[in-house]
Design a protein around this ligand. Structure first.
Ligand SMILES: [Cu+2]
Length: 85
């Protein structure tokens, strides 16, 4: 049972979930993760290329997150928090 050390937050901190388009490989996911992490106020960013979702925790504004992803060449919009995947 190895525990994820990176960005697990058990305290129900609100996560902003973005729907990211244009990612085709792990490199894309890594790039999106990096730009999201650089946005001021972001604690952690977690990109799931399988679902095209980026889960971001912290205090950054959603529009700033979207702008950062789009500046990196990908599409982004706020995803509904309903986990219907
Ligand atoms: Cu790629």
């Amino acid at each position: 049972m190895s525990s994820m050390t990176s960005d697990t937050n058990q305290k129900g901190r609100p996560a902003t979930v973005l729907s990211v388009s244009g990612m085709t490989c792990e490199g894309c996911a890594n790039a999106v993760t990096r730009v999201l992490t650089k946005v001021p106020g972001v604690d952690a960013a977690n990109v799931d290329i399988a679902t095209g979702r980026a889960s971001v925790t912290g205090t950054a504004r959603t529009e700033d997150l979207i702008a950062a992803v789009m500046a990196a060449g990908y599409g982004a919009k706020l995803a509904t928090t309903d986990a219907a995947a």
